[in-house]
Structures are given as C-alpha cells and as structure tokens.
Design a protein around this ligand. Sequence first.
Ligand code: ZN
Length: 228
Amino acid sequence: MSSRTAVCLLSGGLDSSTCLALARREGYECYALSFDYGQRHRVELEAAARVAAFIGVREHRTALIDLRAFGGSALTADIEVPKHRSPSEMAQGIPVTYVPARNTIFLSYALAWAEVLEASDIFIGVNALDYSGYPDCRPEFIHAFENMANLATKTGIEGRTAIHIHTPLIALGKAEIVRLAAQLGLDFNLTHSCYDPDREGRPCGQCDSCLLREKGFAEAGIRDPVVR
Ligand code: ZN
C-alpha cells in the first residue's frame, strides 16, 4: 500500500472530524478508526459513522474494547459529568471526564492497523490549547508515542516505514478549528461533542465539551447547527 495511506482516529466529535477532513484534503486514503469502549455517550459512534461516510473514507472500523473494566472516568463509570464550569475552572487540574490512558490505547490500536495496512501515517485530532487538561493531548506525549511506535513495530525496525503521528490541530484554538472545519466543508450537523447527551442524543449545553464548542463557534462567528 502507498505511503499516502493513513489511519485516522475518529470519535465523531468536532476535532477528530476536522482532522479526518484535513487528512483527506491532503490526499491521504483514510482508514477511520472508532472505538466502542463502553462509553456512556454511545451516540458518538453514530456520529463517527455519519462523518466517515460524509468525508469519504476507504474503510471505517469500530474496535470493541471495554474500558469499563477499569472505570475511573465520568465517561466510563457512574460518575457525574461536571457542568457549568468556567474557563478558569476547566484550566485547573485533570477533570473526571479524562479516561485513563485512552489516547495511549487508541493510538496503539491505530498503530496495529497501520502496521497491517503498511501505512506510515496516523492522524489524531488532539488539541493542547482549548483542551480540558488531558495529559495525553500534549505534544510531549505524541512525540514519545511516535518514538515508541518506531521501536515497537516490525515495519519500524526493518526501516521500511517510519511511523508519523500527525496532530494538525494540536496548536489551534477551538475557534480556529471551527473556521478550518468550515473551510473544509465539514457538515457540523453530523458531529457530536457532548459528554452527557439526553436520550435523543441532543447535547446538554453545560458540560466542558459543550461549553468549549459553544465558545469556539461564538469566537469564529459561525452558527453551530447542533444546539438545543
Ligand atoms: Zn454537553
């Protein structure tokens, strides 16, 4: 397979959807990877499928893993999702919506698929600016993972492919991501960001993810079609 093949992590949220759209625009043939990891807000899996179909991927797979085995997060255990937090509150510490080792696990799966596909490129829509304080969204983590990936894989050791982890959104603010997504023609209606949607899958408008999304759209001067 060509070096223009990429595995793209896709949660169905704004960031990962924008990241996938960017990979496509750069000419990559994309293999989108989502996870049914026991998350409470499973509506995001439907969003991921819609986005993958809209952007046009070679293949979309949903890997089944169960992070409820360990819990420890408001997204995988019976812990309340924080609401109405101010930007300064969000900037302090690591919130309970952090899922222990999630991006390490997700990138490891992406790496396994990349190795099977003989793809050297992995895209992940992490963001270190307007993020919620997650340690596995930082550039230091991504660089360390990339180094590890090239030591851990058969293709890395044989020197046939050097794995590259692309993080095109890592230094962008939420408003910049919204503008970029609009430029790329992403249909915002297909995406889902909320940590605590209602039974119909509508966003709560009050969790960190909803508030960051709202702030991003407001600053970009673009109307978010996904509001209650
Ligand atoms: Zn929400």
